[in-house]
Design a protein around this ligand. Structure first.
Ligand code: SIN
Length: 302
């Protein structure tokens, strides 16, 4: 059963079939059972596909927390998320993403991804990627899934900029902060969106480039995002604000976006460098959404 501490499987060579989505990014990986150990050749094929497609979907998986963590570690070191009140009690590498209540407290981060963002862009060393495993997915009365996640290719968005715009933003830097995201949540009426002093101290504002290059593919992408970028530096205030808004709007144009409709048992891995994502909050208890996320450590943006 997904999300429970059950057994492990034997090693195996699998032949992943990579089926690209009809979108600017993303592919489904078929023929891989993540409950079993993957040999190096199988894992290498998956990692290649991830670098090429930025978002990978594995359907119909049944993995426990230890398997989720072990598979994630094949990609690199893991972060222990700074919002530590939402960590899994026995597996701190797992961030619980959920609207479910545990008594009078939230069992997990209930407001994750409400604005377009890329994970941990508010840290000096942002995340390389994230792996989100769906254990419970909310549905409407007709049985259709709710709580979709949208992904956009900020590499495709960069490629589509005019030469003039590429020149204009080359070398610019911006400030990112977790407090910015919380301020937006509060402004949008979320009564529970508080950021403790301790969390605020752990996440002072940081500066990153507006355009970054991928350490493996070399592809450039737009890095500023609506949720966590507070301002572009080195420009008059009005111009900086308009430019930030224009870049965020450009990044999320429909032609760059893939919309994922979740099924329980889906595991999605995304690359946090050339993408942004947005979680659609169109459900409420008793419709339950319960997911586990691991977060891969990254490198300083170049
Ligand atoms: C996230 O931003 O990592 C969560 C995405 C989601 O809940 O769909």
């Amino acid at each position: 059963m997904p999300g429970t501490d059950s057994g492990t499987g034997g090693a195996g060579t699998m032949t992943p079939e990579i089926v690209p989505f009809d979108a600017a990014l993303g592919a489904e990986v078929r023929g891989v059972d993540l409950a079993r150990d993957l040999d190096d050749a199988t894992f290498a094929a998956i990692e290649r596909a991830w670098n090429g497609h930025s978002v990978l979907l594995f359907r119909d998986q049944s993995i426990d927390e230890a398997r989720h963590v072990a598979f994630s570690r094949r990609f690199g070191d893991l972060e222990i998320h700074v919002l530590d009140q939402y960590l899994h009690p026995r597996h701190p590498e797992i961030l619980i993403v959920s609207n479910v209540m545990d008594g009078d407290r939230h069992a997990g981060i209930y407001d994750a991804g409400r604005y377009w963002h890329t994970d941990l862009s508010y840290m000096a060393v942002p995340s390389r990627g994230s792996l989100l495993y769906a254990i419970e997915v909310p549905h409407d009365a007709a049985g259709d899934p709710l709580g979709d996640t949208l992904f956009t290719s900020t590499a495709a968005a960069y490629d589509a900029l005019s030469t003039d715009m590429k020149r204009r933003i080359s070398g610019l830097k911006a400030e990112f902060s977790l407090a910015n995201r919380h301020a937006r949540l509060v402004a949008d009426g979320d009564p529970d969106a508080t950021l403790s002093d301790a969390h605020r101290e752990k996440t002072p504002p940081v500066i990153h480039k507006v355009v970054r290059s991928h350490p493996i593919t070399g592809r450039r992408s737009i890095y500023v995002n609506e949720g966590q970028t507070s301002r572009i530096l080195g420009l008059p205030e009005d111009e900086a604000r308009d430019l930030l808004q224009a870049l965020c709007a450009h990044c999320t144009r429909p032609e760059f976006v893939y919309r994922h409709r979740w099924r329980a048992g889906d595991l999605l891995i995304w690359d946090n460098i050339p993408t942004q994502h947005l979680a659609i909050c169109d459900y409420a208890l008793p419709q339950r959404r319960y997911m586990h996320r691991t977060t891969l450590r990254g490198t300083v943006p170049q």
